[in-house]
Ligand binder design. Structure first.
Ligand code: ADP
Length: 499
């Protein structure tokens, strides 16, 4: 098959572009960071024009690196930071406010003001635990704080989009206002059972329907790039939120298959097939990337707020390591943590605890605790937190995990992967290509334009890099987990005792 598939991977801190060939090999890669804005404590914004210009620049750079032109690109797939909210003027294409980033907590009080009944409706229709992360309250905030925005919105003069919509709008020079189902499922306005924008939710958050993009499957041709952008008309053939894209890129096509991404945060997703399983343990139910013409697939999702970022913390604030990779060498120098547990709940605890007030806690210190123990305990905390989510998922799904596919920057750490396998007591599979987020978007786009025939052909590309096999006895494993839960209780009681 000639040509390449272009994946645009628009993340929270950088924009990346990767060109893949038919075997799923990375042929060209370009990346550019862009500024983060923190106008007040707890607030996080991006400049939508900086999102677009950095994404556009890396697309050009990736093409230039290997001398390919628009005719050599068979299709474009987009994957993006989810929930981040942009409103722009339909006529001029200018944003009316900065992008409010998923991490931004400014609308927490709007969530607190919801009644229990309203929260139940949201949970039932969207599969989400009501939270300020999701787009709904962010949209309402912009409409309420930008002068004249509500009236303009009512007149159909304003467009809302997550980052996927914003990129598609710009790639088509305003020709297409569309989003995919996976992104829509994170707005808290989308009914994931009926697959449509929900009037009751729109009313609850006071959001006019006129601003919404059309919601479509994750793999289909949405439109073509304007020739003035990349020098030709390239089909824009896929969009999916980053985690759903990684699930697809890991070829977790069958119900029960699970992937865990170890990035800044950690994201565990389990394919649950055509069934939207409602979690009894605070996990989210979400739409999985599904090509056009197929029945919708769903996933259960649990996240770990602080995963790889705890190693950045060791590097930048604690100054215990020079590089994040060095954490592996230190951890391997000791046999255990000397009884120390680090609970890196810097911003509270996610699933299954959902305690926003818990704070980072270190327990079990003795005179013999060395830096190596501390580093090891921090790495282990990533696995313990993942383990809590895995246990919740197993209980919701009613089946034990039989293996875990991993990716993300920190999955390169062998100590981390070994310890994860030990805690889970199942094998951990690390593919050769850990760029699965971009790969998922590429596969989805490639399927829409006939570059890849079907999932079976794609599966042949999934290559195992390394398998990690558990080597821990049950007794030790249970003791370790017991110790972790004791440590978590300390983190929670620290918050509970506040006067
Ligand atoms: P994101 O996509 O969230 O920006 P990446 O997948 O690029 O994240 O992974 C980066 C994260 O992984 C950082 O938080 C970094 O600390 C962590 N990381 C990268 N390499 C290692 C390593 N060898 N050991 C431990 N952590 C690592």
């Amino acid at each position: 098959m000639d040509g390449y598939i272009m994946a645009l991977d628009q993340g929270t801190t950088s924009s990346r572009c990767i060109l893949f060939d038919h075997s799923g090999k990375i042929c060209s890669i370009a990346q550019k960071e862009f500024p983060q804005y923190f106008p007040q404590p707890g607030w996080v914004e991006h400049d939508p024009m900086e999102i677009w210009s950095s994404q556009f620049a890396v697309a050009m750079e990736a093409m230039a690196q290997i001398g390919v032109t628009a005719t050599g690109i068979a299709g474009i797939g987009i994957t993006n930071q989810r929930e981040t909210t942009i409103l722009w003027d339909r006529k001029t294409g200018k944003p009316i406010y900065n992008a409010i980033v998923w991490q931004c907590r400014r609308t927490a009080d709007m969530i607190d003001a919801l009644s229990d009944e309203q929260k139940k409706v949201i949970r039932g229709k969207t599969g989400l635990v009501p939270d300020a992360y999701f787009s709904a309250t962010k949209i309402a905030w912009i409409l309420d704080h930008v002068k004249g925005a509500r009236q303009q919105a009512g007149n159909g003069e304003i467009c809302f989009g997550n980052v996927d919509s914003w990129l598609i709008w710009n790639l088509t020079k305003g020709g297409v206002h569309i989003t995919d189902y996976t992104n829509a499922s994170r707005t808290m306005l989308f009914n994931i059972h009926e697959m449509k924008w929900d009037d009751e939710l729109l009313e609850m958050f006071n959001i006019p329907r006129e601003i919404l993009p059309e919601a479509r499957p994750s793999s289909m041709i949405y439109g073509y790039t304007d020739p003035a952008i990349l020098g030709g008309r390239i089909p824009i053939a896929a969009a999916a939120g980053d985690q759903q894209s990684a699930l697809f890129g890991q070829c977790c096509f069958e119900p029960g298959e699970v992937k865990n991404t170890y990035g800044t945060g950690g994201f565990l997703l389990m394919n649950t097939g055509h069934e939207a399983i409602e979690s009894a343990h605070g996990l989210l139910t979400t739409v999985a990337a599904t090509p056009e013409g197929e029945e919708t697939s769903y996933a259960l999702e649990g996240s770990v707020f602080v995963a790889g970022s705890s190693i950045q913390w060791l590097r930048d604030e604690m100054r215990m390591v020079k590089t994040t990779a060095q954490s592996e060498e230190y951890a391997d120098e000791v046999y255990d943590t000397a009884g120390v547990y680090v609970v890196p709940s810097f911003t509270g605890l996610g699933a299954p605890y959902w305690n926003p007030y818990a704070r980072g806690t270190i327990v079990g210190l003795t005179r013999g605790c060395k830096k190596e123990h501390f580093i090891r305990a921090t790495l282990e905390s990533i696995c313990y937190q993942s383990m809590d989510v895995i246990t919740a998922m197993e209980e919701d799904a009613g089946v034990p995990l039989t293996g875990l596919k991993v990716d993300g920057g920190a999955s390169a750490n062998n100590f981390l992967m070994k310890f994860q396998a030990n805690l889970m007591n199942t094998q951990v599979f690390r593919p050769k290509c850990i760029e699965t987020t971009a790969l998922g978007a590429a596969y989805l786009a490639g399927m829409a334009v006939g570059y890849w025939k079907d999932r079976d052909e794609i599966k042949e590309n999934w290559q195992l890099g390394r398998t990690f096999t558990p080597e821990l006895d049950d007794k030790t494993r249970n003791e370790l987990m017991k110790g972790w839960h004791r440590a978590v209780r300390c983190a929670i009681s620290w918050a509970d005792d506040e006067e």
